[in-house]
Write a new protein. Structure first.
Length: 272
């Protein structure tokens, strides 16, 4: 066996090992979601699968359906607000050469360097004063503050990669700046905007700390709902796994549906 073959097999072995390490916890969660309580603590793969855990988590006292609705509304509204606003901001940073542009862009990005635990108390006090604790509106506002700078940075990279020739030609022909953005820039940046929307949705869908601090009962989201499966009997792993499946499946389905656009968007943003 020559050196090239040894390297090829070594590379495949390392990739296989890494894949097993990454995928094993997810696979075990899916298996546990279909186990009965007596099998949840066993390492055996010989068990009778059941759907009762999914029925249980949607019943009293867990009411996972309300949490699913809260997560869908909060994540969807956050994306619908953040992406259009971030697209316009990203276009401004990419195309307009105004004084202080780089400093302002850095200032926006610097908010991503602040640990969430540092700013959760000001948000809590503000929403308590405004009587917005335990509301979806509070979670949407917080998530907008979290994801918008990130989305601006991502979309700007895609817009930077778009040549300005078509925009200049359209404006010479009398098109307004907004029409240029709508008819030329946004269609060309669509893969990047879609990619940014996916990241925005995932970040909001998985957000835990703010949802834990700012909600109590009415606006609890799915990640926070997992904590409720810690009872006097201990951790209800079979129910926690069933809820975990409800969190991960929408992300997997979304990834499969837009895989081609996602890859195209990431590639487009990397080439300048």
């Amino acid at each position: 066996m020559n050196k090239k073959s040894i390297f090829w097999w070594s590379e495949r072995a390392v990739l296989l090992l890494i894949s097993c390490i990454v995928l094993f916890p997810i696979l075990w969660m899916f298996l546990t979601a279909f186990k009965r309580p007596r099998d949840a603590y066993s390492l055996s793969l010989d068990f009778s699968p059941t759907l009762s855990n999914f029925v249980t988590v949607f019943s009293d006292p867990w009411n996972l359906g309300d949490m699913v609705l809260n997560s869908v509304i909060v994540a969807s509204v956050t994306v619908l607000i953040a992406v259009p606003c971030a697209s316009l901001a990203a276009y401004s940073f990419s195309r307009f050469r105004v004084k202080g542009r780089k400093f302002l862009f850095f200032l926006i990005l610097s908010t991503q360097f602040i640990p969430a635990v540092v700013i959760v108390l000001p948000f809590f006090l503000m929403f308590r004063t405004l009587d917005l604790l335990d509301t979806r509106i509070a979670l949407i506002i917080v998530n907008l503050a979290i994801v918008t700078p990130f989305v601006i940075w991502m979309i700007k990279g895609f817009i930077d990669a778009i040549p300005t020739d078509s925009e200049e030609a359209a404006m010479i022909d009398g098109a307004s700046r907004l029409r240029v953005i709508r008819d030329i820039v946004l269609p060309m940046a669509a893969p990047g905007i879609l990619t940014s929307s996916i990241f925005c949705f995932i970040l909001t869908w998985n957000e835990f700390l703010f949802a834990l601090i700012l909600t109590r009962r009415d606006a609890v989201t799915l990640p926070v709902g997992l904590v409720s499966f810690r009872t006097e009997r201990g951790d209800l792993w079979e129910l926690m796994s069933a809820a975990g499946v409800m969190i991960t499946v929408p992300i997997f389905i979304m990834a499969l549906l837009i895989q081609k656009h996602f890859t195209r968007g990431m590639t487009a943003g990397a080439v300048k």
